[in-house]
Design a binder for this molecule. Sequence first.
Ligand code: IPM
Ligand code: MN
Length: 345
Amino acid sequence: STSINLAVIPGDGIGQEVVAQGLKVLTAVLPQDVKLETKQYDLGAQRWHRTGETLPDAELESLKHHDAILLGAIGDPSVPSGVLERGLLLKLRFAFDHFINLRPSKLFPNTATPLAGRPEIDFVVVREGTEGPYTGNGGSLRTGTPAEVATEVSINTAYGVERVVRDAYERANARPRKKLTLVHKNNVLVYAGHLWKNIFDKVGQEYPEVTTDYLHVDAATIFFVTQPERFDVIVTDNLFGDILTDLAAAVTGGIGLAASGNINPTGAFPSMFEPVHGSAPDIAGTGKADPTATILSVALLLRHLGHEAEAARIEDAVTADLAERDGTFRSTDAIGDALAARVAG
Ligand code: IPM
Ligand code: MN
């Protein structure tokens, strides 16, 4: 028998509600002999208002000792933009070296999408998670004056690019279509673009069965809408990946279904799983939030921890549940209950 020692960070807004449903389904899907232990961490906007802290060292240290982290959402309009993002969410991604930000996109049945009825859409974006313009490497001169100058430097290291590109090749190689697309903007961002393309081509020599493709990010956004079935695995930098995965979510069924994993494949630190959507303060507490993205993130978490059968049961339950859905509104709780019942059955 095994056990899962899970850290839970519900966070802000609808984070609380969707995480409760994620845990409900997780409990329902786990076999008797897998022992689940959870510890909740009170982090986010309320904590910051109360104490001024975003992620104290003691809690960061404590989080290290879990098998994985389930996170709801971070961010609130009452907190200055960037404080929680940088001080909590990105701090976790950097501290635990989550260099793979895994964001699968699938066209589920009966979902509100401009692409309903199109050929099968089933791709995964492997977004770099620890570099690019997210490192906070920048600055401001003559701030607040008419002569203000701001820089925001994108960091790309051979080490960082190679490890994410290699991971993407591994994933592509393990999928039936074996296709990997690099997305960048090497006609303008020539230095980083060169590094990415060079490493992409070099590592590709080790994966002769993988078909490769390159797209500029602007062109990629067109194909996401006009021809999304052309994609299998996409590898891209942190910022392009951020933008592309919101678009991917929007065209494949909505942000309420988009799951993600912030993964450290080495196992040196716990990986963290979270819905792609934010804290949606406008609908917090109304029971309108769709917990499916969090529940699918739980599936990614289970797969990461080696519980493939349980992960697949959750994904199949979501597909079956959506297929039977007649379009009538269901509350956050009702969706969680329905999926928990399915995976347990
Ligand atoms: C995401 C979010 C974050 C990001 C923000 C909240 C820092 O948009 O997880 O996609 O940009 O990575
Ligand atoms: Mn985003």
